[in-house]
Write a protein of this length. Sequence first.
Length: 237
Amino acid sequence: MCGRFTLQTSLNTLGEHFLFDVPADITLAPKYNIAPTHTIATLIWNHGQRHYGRMHWGLIPRWAKDNTMAGKMINARSETIREKPSFRDAFQRQRCLILADGYYEWKPDGSSRQPVYIHHQDHTPFAFAGLWETWTPPQAPPDTAPWWTTSIITTDANERTKNIHHRMPVILAPSDYDTWLNPQTNDLDYLHRLLVTPNSLNQMDEFTITPVSTRVNRVKNDDPECIQPASTQQELF
């Protein structure tokens, strides 16, 4: 699964890296402990271009009667994404990128679990494959702004991460960004193949697995100390 991640990269740098126009009236504070229900940075396809926006992490299907499902819909399993009613329609035409520069997992360590931080050595940002949906409370006034909600797609862990957790987020290769985002891409078999377990994280640069302190376990802790190594031991993908 993917339950925590980071985005400390500046908005201007994200715009340069992911090739989108940075909105003049938006700021983005560095985040070191992003958790479910938080507002997160995303890209969608809008008039033939990548468009930056903010979404609620925890997808709410448009037919939901309330927002209680959001906390249970932070991840979408790639294996069932084409059949599950909550994700089926979004997979066909409402796909997004979720921007990150690292994510956390918890490796079993005896009777406890050791948090680890998975990231590029130079903290270059990357993108999770995601789905989005808009939701409006059924009894809301007609002019109520909809919630923009999203879910991170996960797949089986690859050989280098399965000893930490049996699932991992799908990290897309930059060459696949536009194909994934474009709602006119209707080859669902091809899109689904992008979500299979990557042997080398879709041939992206090497990632580092860094043990970090249990400070990250508490959501209220959101500072650079969350990503500081707990020891000097590191392991490369």
